[in-house]
Design a protein around this ligand. Structure first.
Ligand SMILES: [Zn+2]
Length: 273
């Protein structure tokens, strides 16, 4: 009887424990958000992330708070002998947090760890058709795991962020995958604010994805990288890179796609350039 009472008491404590944890986390986030961007992190970001320098002052200020939370909550691990420095942490965090500006931030809720390699790295993949199993080695700039880490190559991070107009930014790309994966499916449809938005999102992104596939097949020029024609998840990640790095071209050539991303990210990068 006493054991039963004890078990009931412990079970009763579990929800209380999570509620307290949630309240404390919310309070801590509020404090960090209100704190100014640490001067040494700001200087790193000003040097390494030209996109940051384009932001209006109000967004720069907001980004500082988001970076404070991101760096307090996410763990960075160096791989292949790389030692994690403030430069690595701040450069990656600032670009990832650009995707959270102006939105109800969940801070990439499924992500706990960011693994960073010094250079592009080799990864082994295995595929099977039931009869034959093929093992391949591919060179990677980065990857995003559902319920797992984001993996980045530091030389790709610095290369991607320094050229602001090539629509190639591995941090924006991999963290867009994280947003896409938040609903449990990597399918090019992140969680949208209103249920009614999914219909237009699906119509516009499907149409644009198929158009990019046709351009790739016919070897025609495209504003977006043709890697976006791989599958809908890659399309969303590549569209995100293009939205932030080639906003004018995207708005001119793909106004509907630009508007969908503008509504989703609650940002209008054309105004910054
Ligand atoms: Zn990708």
């Amino acid at each position: 009887m006493i054991i039963l009472q004890l078990i009931t008491a412990v079970i009763g404590l579990v929800p209380a424990f999570f509620i307290v944890k949630l309240v404390l986390r919310r309070r801590k986030r509020k404090q960090l958000l209100a704190m100014p961007f640490r001067q040494e992190w700001k200087q790193i970001v000003q040097k390494n992330v030209p996109l940051y320098n384009r932001l209006p002052d109000s967004l720069k200020e907001q980004l500082g708070g988001l970076v404070n939370v991101f760096l307090a909550e996410k763990k960075f691990e160096g791989c292949g002998g790389l030692e994690i420095t403030d430069e690595i942490r701040a450069t990656i965090a600032a670009q990832a947090c650009i995707l959270l500006l102006n939105r109800k931030a969940h801070y990439f809720r499924k992500l706990h760890t960011i693994l960073v390699y010094p250079d592009t790295y080799a990864a082994k993949t295995t595929s099977s058709n039931g009869t034959v199993t093929v093992e391949e080695q591919s060179i990677r700039l980065g990857e995003s795991w559902q319920n797992g880490p984001v993996v980045l190559a530091w030389n790709s991070v610095t290369g991607g962020s320094s050229n602001i107009a090539d629509a190639q930014n591995v941090v924006l790309h991999e963290f867009a995958h994280q947003l896409d994966q938040e609903d449990g499916a990597s399918d090019g449809a992140p969680i949208l604010e209103h249920r009614s938005s999914y219909v237009t999102w699906a119509r516009v992104l499907s149409k644009e994805y198929e158009a990019l596939q046709r351009k790739k097949k016919e070897h025609r020029k495209a504003v977006m990288s043709k890697y976006g024609a791989t599958n809908p998840a890659e399309f969303f990640a590549v569209a995100t890179e293009t939205f932030f790095e080639k906003p004018k071209q995207m708005k001119k050539r793909h106004p509907e796609l630009y508007d969908e991303l503008k509504n989703y990210y609650k940002l209008d990068p054309v105004e910054w350039s």
